[in-house]
Ligand binder design. Structure first.
Ligand code: KG4
Ligand code: ZN
Length: 335
């Protein structure tokens, strides 16, 4: 019994085969990052067209990697939101068509639930209650998963998502898209204590990253000789100082959420959870507070295995969907 899972919400075309025991039998991710890098960010129209070109090949590769191929597939899971409308349409239409042709049921999955349940692929024993810090290009949410299907939003960003802040600061520093991994790399050679940047801690577990981004802009303007690029050593210090401020803010709110809820476990998921500094700092600060799970980097950034994991959770709880799927670009659900 396995689900074929499909993910096309942003700029990764991905397919995976996941057993009901959550074993990942195959997981293929075709990133479009190189194409969008030329434009400094994701171009929605281009992304949708590339999904259309690649989805069949990526899905065939995921199935070919599994003994038995289609024979072991008992249903199809696909991301139906949140994400770019045109991109979501490619994935859901393809999933509906495949399922229809094969007589298989489909389940529409929230991309955000996918990020959360990626943690269960890394740690099969993960069960509610737990606190989740969800950090991606579009979200910075703290949630309390009280029970299966019962999720309370504790707090969220009031402006930029933290991944968006990494991407924008990278651009200020002349680093390539996607900015998160570029800052992660650059910061390794820098001094995180060189520049003291704002670490806003808002009430109700709120986050705000636009002030931090603006502070980096002023700092870069001050440090740059005229219009010349930053000296590489200075740039590394700015990257490290920005990253330290962002990571400190995230960890402070995560600690507070664990303390307030009394949750015995916590997870950090989403693309930014692959950040080395965040992983190290959160691991240190959660010691003695809660059992912390951070999935390996390839399960933090967008992939279809996480959609399969969330798909199984939904199927167990409320079964497959009836009829064709609708996309919801603004879907805010974690269930
Ligand atoms: O979850 P994800 O792959 O896609 C969305 O659902 O948004 O997250 C993408 C975000 C981007 O903003 C990217 O810059 C950031 O995750 N990211 C990182 C790292 N790897 C990816 N941010 C900081 N450090 C990283 N190593
Ligand atoms: Zn994502």
């Amino acid at each position: 019994m396995s689900l074929l899972a499909i993910e096309t919400s942003c700029d990764e075309t991905a397919a995976a085969v996941i057993g009901s025991d959550l074993a990942v039998h195959s997981s293929i991710v075709a990133s479009q990052a190189e194409t969008h890098a030329a434009y400094g960010g994701v171009v929605p129209e281009l992304a949708a067209r590339m999904h259309l070109e690649r989805i069949a090949g990526v899905t065939a590769a995921a199935l070919a990697a599994v003994p038995g191929g289609w024979e072991v597939i008992t249903g199809v899971a696909v991301t139906r939101g949140p994400g770019l409308a045109g991109c979501l349409l490619v994935g859901t239409a393809y999933a509906d068509a495949l399922a229809g042709a094969r007589g298989l049921p489909v389940v529409g999955v929230s991309h955000m639930a996918g990020h959360v349940w990626a943690a269960q692929l890394a740690d099969p024993g993960l069960r509610p209650p737990f606190v989740a810090l969800v950090v991606s290009g579009g979200h910075t949410d703290l949630i309390h998963v009280e029970a299966l299907g019962t999720v309370r939003l504790l707090g969220a960003t009031r402006d930029d998502a933290v991944g968006e802040a990494f991407d924008k600061v990278a651009r200020l520093l002349g680093l390539p898209y996607p900015g998160g991994p570029a800052i992660d790399r650059t910061a390794r050679g820098g001094d995180p204590a060189r520049y003291r940047l704002p670490r806003p801690v808002l009430p109700d577990f709120g986050f705000s990253f636009s002030g931090l981004k603006t502070a980096v802009r002023y700092l870069v303007d001050d440090l740059r000789p005229g219009d010349a690029p930053l000296d590489p050593a200075v740039r590394a210090d700015v990257a490290a100082s920005f990253q330290a401020a962002a990571v400190d803010t995230l960890c402070t709110q995560l600690e507070a959420a664990i303390e307030q809820t009394g949750a015995p476990r916590a997870i950090i998921v989403g693309g930014v959870a692959s950040n080395r500094s965040l992983r190290a700092e959160a691991t240190r600060r959660c010691r003695g507070l809660a059992q912390l799970t951070i999935p390996p980097p390839e399960l933090c950034t967008d992939n279809a295995a996480m959609v399969g994991a969330a798909g199984w959770e939904i199927v167990r709880r409320r079964g497959f969907d009836q009829g064709p799927l609708s996309v919801d670009p603004g879907l805010a659900s974690y269930t």
